[in-house]
Ligand binder design. Sequence first.
Ligand code: BMP
Length: 259
Amino acid sequence: IKRVLTYGDRAKLCSHSVAKFLFTTMEDKQTNLALSADVTTGAELLRLADAVGPHICILKTHIDIISDFKPDLVHDLSHLAEKHGFLIFEDRKFADIGNTVKHQYSSGVYRISDWSHIINAHALPGPGIVQGLKEVGLVKDRACLLIAEMSSKGNLATGDYAKATLKMAEEHDDFVIGFITQSKLSNDPNWVHITPGVKLTRGKDSLGQQYLTPREVICDKECDIIIVGRGITEAEDSVVAAKAFQEAGYNAYLERMQK
Ligand code: BMP
């Protein structure tokens, strides 16, 4: 008897089209790697996306750190997402009242809802933030992740915060597909658990970031997807590094299947 569901099993179970596509992609491309493409020019973002695209299920952006942003950029990025079969996740971390985030999501310079399949939000303001984002995202078939736990030292998302975040997600499961988290919050296979702060060896940076290994995240903590930024972007060869993280992440998943 199979005790742990595969990514493919979970694709069949979940009802949200974005979650379904994500799990299907993970199974087909044999990857649970999300690239955090934290670079500062459009050209570099497109170069990375094209080079690393075959190895990832998600490309995570911080579009507001691009110094030469033009709307063409997200148009070209969307083409690369289709070419390589990955989802775009703008790591905007919305954190305001519903009415404000609605505008931040749909309008302004970046018009995030036009091109980003997945966005994320802090649960801190209460359920109105999800309601506001939903008013924009639902009709466009977009998905949202709630930030339950952070990787940075001394963060205040402690105690019952993650549990309350899970409850908020459960009340909006037509739009929320999972969590940014450091550990698994629920055994419900519909939720996607996505974890930043990953390198091939444990460690930290000089500004409070704390790193776990792919094996710790996927096998021990039972999360689904690793987010890797500088482990890839600062490597001598980003494709070689991406392949190493893809392999480490997927092997950890296969190991967890055997548990
Ligand atoms: P790096 O692998 O270079 O440390 O980058 C991590 C990425 O994940 C950054 O883009 C950061 O904004 C994001 N992130 C994080 O590090 N910790 C969190 O708890 C939530 C995040 O979104």
